[in-house]
Structure formats: C-alpha cells, structure tokens
Design a protein around this ligand. Structure first.
Ligand code: SME
Length: 159
C-alpha cells in the first residue's frame, strides 16, 4: 500500500513547487487511502507557535503553543514521535476528544525544520514502526519537491 502511495505522491508533486498546494493534495490522498485515521494535517512554525495548515478531518486547534504536546516534541527532537496512547503522553494537546493514538513527522529540509505532519486515530496503538518509516519517506518526498524557503518566509519562523 505504501508503495502505491509513494508513486501517487511523486506524481502529484512532480509539476508543482508550492508547498501549500502539494500539502493539500498530500493530506487528501493519505486521508482517503489510510484506514482508521481520524485526522491528518500540517502544523507550520510561525512566531513560536505551530499554526494549522492544510488538513483533512474535523476543524482542529489553530495554534499549538511552544513546547507543549506531541507536535512540539517532534519539532524539539527533530524526529518522528509515535504515541500509542495519547492519554499517557503528559502534555498531549486534545483537539479531538475521541483521538487515542497519534504520530507526528517533522518537516525537515537541508537541516531546517518548517513544521510537522500530524495524524490521529480513534484507535489505540494505530501506528506501527512501518507507518513511521513510510510516512517519513512520503513527507521527505513532499518537502524535497516543494519550495520550503518560500513557506518559511511566509510563515516567518523556522528552526
Ligand atoms: N495532539 C496534538 C495537537 C494537534 S491535534 O491532534 C490535531 C499535540 O499534542 O500536539
């Protein structure tokens, strides 16, 4: 399944460098193909908050304040964070009371971090190490194909 998704993402981004455009199709494709995912979307670094970007699912938290929650943990550690049970993650930020597990992938290009991709599920233990590996690869394809410097300037903050 990830092999097909990888090919579909590559064809979606091949002719376009605008990150918001590519990220919108990325979120829509993954939301339509991945099972048991209740929310998928991007949070982008802007003046010390993570600001909501293109997503699929119910409306969610607009701003994630610095150093709280799973998304900021991913920014700070510059790594994928997989949470099997969000209720056991000390500073988890609740956007959807029904969410039980989560995975967050940092958006890094040339050593600069621009934000994260966040996926939620209503099931416990939804995400596996295989998801982690493949979602990172898909996200890397997205950021490598997109003009991240432009989005960094627009949002005004990168690390
Ligand atoms: N749970 C995230 C907040 C974003 S929502 O899940 C869409 C966090 O703790 O950072």
């Amino acid at each position: 399944m990830y092999k097909e998704l990888q090919a579909e993402i590559e064809s979606l981004v091949i002719d376009e460098r605008n990150f918001v455009t590519n990220a919108s199709n990325f979120a829509a494709l993954l939301f339509s193909k991945l099972e048991d995912v209740s929310w998928i979307g991007f949070y982008l670094l802007s003046s010390d908050v993570l600001l909501i970007g293109p997503y699929q699912g119910k409306p969610a938290c607009i701003r994630l304040h610095k150093n709280k929650g799973v998304c900021w943990a991913s920014v700070n550690q510059r790594d994928v964070i997989k949470v099997d049970n969000v209720h056991e993650f000390p500073s988890h930020i609740v956007c959807d009371a029904e969410a039980n597990s989560e995975i967050v992938i940092p958006l890094i290009k040339n050593g600069v971090i621009y934000g994260v991709l966040d996926l939620d599920s209503h099931s416990l233990n939804r995400f596996t190490d295989d998801d982690s590996t493949h979602l990172k690869k898909l996200t890397d394809t997205l950021v490598n194909a997109s003009d991240m410097q432009a989005i960094g300037k627009f949002y005004g903050k990168t690390y």
